[in-house]
Design a protein around this ligand. Structure first.
Ligand SMILES: C[S@@+](CC[C@H](N)C(=O)[O-])C[C@H]1O[C@@H](n2cnc3c(N)ncnc32)[C@H](O)[C@@H]1O
Length: 234
């Protein structure tokens, strides 16, 4: 499928992917690692995908959407070898970094999807996933671009379908308007709830959190506060 074709969602709605796909050229050794390892760990969709076929022995399955340089995904995967992780990223520079991190740490519990994460979500069975992370999605600040944001009624419907009851959708952002946007959409769903322990507790990072590359950039640029939401799936 070309970048300009719209993936059809389960609801029949079409959605385009917007963003940057290519990055800096990798040097010889890095390129060789990516060329050897990526084909072994890349998910190629051919219709429906049973994630248990990727991780037959995994106790849990977790997805990270838009993992960027893969700092969070690689750390989580190293911390939980009994969990299967599916990372979704379209930026080739980020995919290359993640593959190298997997090689360096010998991570065998990660599979990578290199296209629009929504295409992966629509291919999954109901209640197949324990947790989904969406950390610092592209903010698309201009009002006329808000429809490009990853969080939408369409994507939330798919997340609600694939996350099992009792599971979680985690969303982090440094952008007030995107946090408001996400809360407004979440509160319109019947499957996800927003029940913070205390007012303002959403500014406390997740347990064991280490800043991602994008969060570090936000802090350097003076955006000193983030929202770390965890929405339970009823
Ligand atoms: C602002 S960056 C944040 C990266 C990383 N999570 C971090 O915190 O450093 C957002 C990332 O999401 C990726 N992305 C955007 N839309 C996507 C989609 N539909 N499917 C998969 N990845 C996507 C982009 O390529 C980009 O790398």
């Amino acid at each position: 499928m070309s970048d300009h074709e719209l993936p059809k969602t389960r609801t029949g709605e079409a959605r385009a992917f917007f963003g940057r796909r290519s990055g800096k050229k990798l040097h010889g050794g890095q390129q060789a690692i990516v060329e050897n390892l990526l084909p072994q760990v890349e998910i190629k969709l051919e219709g429906a995908l049973d994630p248990k076929s990727l991780f037959p022995d995994a106790a849990r399955i977790v997805i990270e959407i838009g993992y960027g340089g893969g700092e969070h995904l690689a750390r989580k995967a190293a911390e939980a070898p009994d969990t299967g992780f599916i990372g979704c990223e379209v930026f080739t520079g980020g995919i290359g970094k993640m593959v190298q991190a997997m090689h360096a740490a010998n991570l065998t519990n990660v599979r990578l999807f290199t296209d629009d994460a929504l295409k992966l979500l629509v291919s999954l069975p109901d209640a197949a996933i324990d947790e989904v992370y969406l950390l610092y999605p592209d903010p698309w600040p201009k009002t006329r671009h808000h429809k490009r944001r990853f969080v939408s009624p369409t994507t939330l419907a798919e997340l609600a379908r694939v996350i099992r009851p009792g599971g979680f959708f985690h969303f982090a952002s440094d952008i007030d308007d995107y946090a408001d946007w996400t809360l407004a959409h979440i509160l319109r769903t019947t499957e996800f709830s927003f029940a913070p322990g205390a007012p303002g507790s959403w500014h406390e990072p997740y347990p064991g959190w280490k800043p991602t590359r994008y969060e570090q950039k936000a802090r350097r640029e003076g955006r000193m506060k983030s929202f770390y939401f965890s929405f339970p799936r009823a």
